[in-house]
Design a binder for this molecule. Structure first.
Ligand code: HEM
Length: 416
């Protein structure tokens, strides 16, 4: 970290602890872009773990749940805390709704989830491992030596996009379209990448048209093991309206893409910030599975999930009202020192490395968690075979989002 970054963090800490509690707004994307959200969450965990933020501009008021066990309690109580009105802090626009099963309650949620779950059956995962390994090897072998390049684009995006193309049996040469749609779906309009609301909708309609073409091919063929064929033949999904098909496609693209991508980039960041752990990994490659879980905890690629209260409920002494937005801040729960020892440290040989919130809990627990872990493990097995050191050359550029917690750009160098 350079002097500027250290000064920024010190200023954030001073501000987080001096402002009135009721003024804290942890959902500000700028806090995530600058990586200065930590002291705000630390203060909330200590002083006001179930925190109410009164009206916050276009987001509206929301509750922040910041401690590990409280998050578990909300996540596993879908009878009271519903996903039906959206799972991100921002509401989707009324005139462009994309229903998807992550944002549904039972029984529809359960039926649709069941349709796609076989994609990550142990047998399927075992079959995919060899493919992931050969692709990871090829991507790594083509990296430049002795010069700075962007790890996000060359490795994290490329590897996860290739995987997605396989899961959908999407035309391989056009796979970067999947990355583009994933990015456009999670972007807030008003940037160079996504200038207007209309532009975003137009691109998502293009995505839908492409996927309708693939649906039409598969619906008339024998059922196969790819996600589109599963949706086209599944009892709970074969009669979906087009926007619901788009919603579920976007769920699977974003689920399988951004999260794993940012974990791969996060592993490089974490090991560079903790050279003793990097050395431990080189000395003990058998620690890779636990290093993978620790990275996913440390990174927390999805900073939050949102629920909406279906009834008035008293929760840890606070009165939550029917219709209130309730935000489970996984990023904060993963740093709760009452549950995880020394939680700010990155330790690749923790006793219970899978004891974290990054995949959620309850009926919506991540479908792809084993696939994501396997991808990370395999890519690191291949990295360690080839390159003992991958050096971060400068501060990364982080995503300005309170939902996707990750990196747009990460300059690295493999020493000659
Ligand atoms: C490190 C990588 C990943 C992280 C951190 C992650 C995180 C999450 C989280 C937090 C949830 C919601 C849990 C809840 O509400 O309790 C979720 C759900 C989901 N994830 Fe992942 N995910 C990852 C990788 C993947 C992959 C590779 C896939 C693709 C196959 C995937 C597909 C899904 C789906 C379909 C859901 C919705 C499940 C439901 O509503 O029942 N995820 N994920």
């Amino acid at each position: 970290m350079d002097d500027g970054a250290i000064a920024l963090k010190e200023a954030a800490r001073a501000k987080a602890y001096s402002m009135p509690l009721e003024d804290i707004r942890v959902a500000d994307p700028e806090l995530f872009r600058t990586d200065t959200h930590w002291p705000y969450f630390e203060r909330l965990r200590k002083e006001d773990p179930v925190h109410y933020a009164a009206d916050d501009g276009d987001i509206g008021p929301y509750w922040s749940i910041t401690k590990y066990n409280d998050i578990m309690d909300v996540d596993t109580n879908h009878q009271v805390f519903s996903s039906e009105r959206g799972i991100t802090i921002r509401d989707a626009p009324e005139d462009f709704q994309m229903p998807m099963f992550i944002a549904m309650d039972p029984p529809k949620h359960d039926a649709q989830r069941k349709v796609v779950s076989p994609i990550v059956s142990p047998a399927n995962l075992a079959q995919m491992e060899g493919l992931i390994r050969s692709r990871a090897g090829k991507i790594l072998d083509e990296l430049p030596i002795g010069e700075t390049f962007d790890w996000v684009d060359r490795v994290s995006i490329e590897l996860t996009t290739q995987m997605l193309a396989t899961l959908f049996d999407f035309p391989f040469e056009e796979r970067r379209k999947l990355t583009f749609w994933s990015d456009i779906a999670t972007s807030a309009p008003g940037t160079d990448f996504c200038p207007t609301v209309e532009y975003r909708r137009e691109k998502l309609r293009e995505c839908l048209n492409t996927f309708i073409g693939l649906w039409n091919e598969r619906v008339n063929a024998e059922p196969k093991g790819d996600l589109i064929s599963m949706l086209a033949h599944g009892e709970a999904t074969r009669n979906m309206e087009p926007m619901e098909y788009l919603g579920n496609v976007i769920l699977l693209i974003v689920g399988g893409n951004d999260t794993t991508r940012n974990s791969i980039s996060g592993s490089i960041m974490a090991l560079n910030q903790n050279p003793d752990q990097y050395q431990k990994l080189r000395d003990h490659p058998e620690l890779l599975p636990s290093m993978v879980s620790e990275t996913i905890r440390w990174q927390t690629p999805l900073a939050h999930m949102r629920r909406t209260a279906l009834e008035d409920i008293e929760f840890r002494g606070k009165q939550i009202r029917k219709g209130d937005k309730v935000i489970m801040w996984y990023v904060s729960g993963n740093r709760d020192d009452e549950v995880i020892a020394n939680p700010d440290a990155y330790v690749i040989d923790r006793e219970r490395p899978r004891h974290h919130l990054s995949f959620g809990f309850g009926i919506h627990r991540c479908v792809g968690n084993r696939l994501a872990e396997m991808q990370l493990r395999v890519v690191w097995e291949e990295i360690l075979k080839r390159y003992p050191v991958i050096e971060v050359m400068d501060e990364p550029r982080r995503v300005a989002s309170a939902f996707i917690k990750g990196y747009e750009y990460l300059p690295v160098r493999i020493p000659g």
